[in-house]
Design a protein around this ligand. Structure first.
Ligand code: CA
Length: 233
C-alpha cells in the first residue's frame, strides 16, 4: 500500500471525488480545495506529500499557485489541464511543476503518475552518493570528484549539480533550479542560474574536456548528460 497525503485542488467536484476514491483505494489520504486562493495558506500550515493542481480555478489560477509554492517548497506538483496544447505553454513558463496530466484522464493513469512522481522525489532525498559516469557527488560531505580529483564548487554550483545528477537526462527549467538552490542564493534570478551553469561547465570541462555534460535545452532550461567512460587502450 502506498502512503502519503495528497492535496487535490480542483473546482469540479465530480473529478475531485473520482480522484479521491482512486487515491484512497491505493492507500493515500486526501484533502480537497476548490478555490485557488486557499491553496498556499493551506500548504504552509499542512504540507502534503504531493499536490494535484488544476490549472483553471476560481481565485488564483494553477500557474500562479505553482509559482508561489516554489518560492518556499519543493513539494511535488502535478498540474492538471483541460487542454493538451496548454501543457507545452505551461512547461515553457518554467513554473516548476513535476509532471502534467490532461483532462479527460483515466484515474488509474493519474494514480500511476502520483506514484512515479513520489518515488522519484523520495529516492532523490534518500541517496547519499550520486554517481554519473566518472563524476561522484556526496550530498552529506559536499564533495564532488571526477575520478580521484576533487572539484571545488560554490554552494550554488554544488546544489545545481546535485539536482541534475539525481535525475540525469531530465530537463530542468531555470525556475526549478532556482527553487532548489534558493537556500544559498537570495537573488534567485534566472540570469543567476545561467551564471552558475557557465562556471560549473568550466570546472567540469577542465577534467572532462571533450564532453558536453550540462546541455542547454532551447526554450526550456538545462539537462545533464552523464559523461561517457574513457575506454582504456
Ligand atoms: Ca478547473
Amino acid at each position: 500500500m502506498a502512503t502519503g497525503h495528497i492535496l487535490i485542488v480542483e473546482d469540479e467536484k465530480d473529478i475531485a471525488d473520482l480522484l479521491r476514491d482512486y487515491l484512497l483505494n491505493e492507500g493515500y489520504t486526501t484533502s480537497w480545495l476548490e478555490n485557488g486562493d486557499e491553496v498556499v495558506p493551506y500548504i504552509k500550515k499542512k504540507p502534503p506529500a504531493l499536490i494535484l493542481l488544476d490549472l483553471m480555478l476560481p481565485g488564483t489560477d494553477g500557474i500562479e499557485i505553482c509559482r508561489e509554492i516554489r518560492k518556499f517548497s519543493d513539494v511535488p506538483i502535478i498540474m492538471v489541464t483541460a487542454k493538451v496544447e496548454e501543457i507545452d505553454r505551461i512547461i515553457g513558463l518554467e513554473i516548476g511543476a513535476d509532471d502534467y496530466v490532461c483532462k479527460p484522464f483515466g484515474p488509474k493513469e493519474v494514480v500511476a503518475r502520483v506514484k512515479a512522481v513520489l518515488r522519484r522525489f523520495l529516492s532523490e532525498v534518500s541517496e547519499k552518493v550520486l554517481q554519473a559516469g566518472s563524476i561522484r557527488l556526496n550530498k552529506e560531505t559536499y564533495q564532488v570528484a571526477i575520478d580521484d580529483t576533487e572539484l571545488t564548487l560554490t554552494p550554488s554550483e554544488f546544489a545545481i549539480l546535485r539536482e541534475m545528477m539525481a535525475q540525469p537526462d531530465r530537463v530542468f527549467s531555470r525556475a526549478q533550479l532556482i527553487s532548489r538552490v534558493q537556500g544559498y542564493d537570495f537573488e534567485g534570478y534566472e540570469r543567476t542560474i545561467d551564471f552558475h551553469i557557465k562556471n560549473l561547465r568550466k570546472k567540469l570541462a577542465k577534467h572532462l574536456p571533450d564532453q558536453d555534460i550540462i546541455r542547454s535545452v532551447y526554450g526550456v532550461g538545462y539537462k545533464m548528460v552523464p559523461p561517457t567512460e574513457k575506454t582504456s587502450v
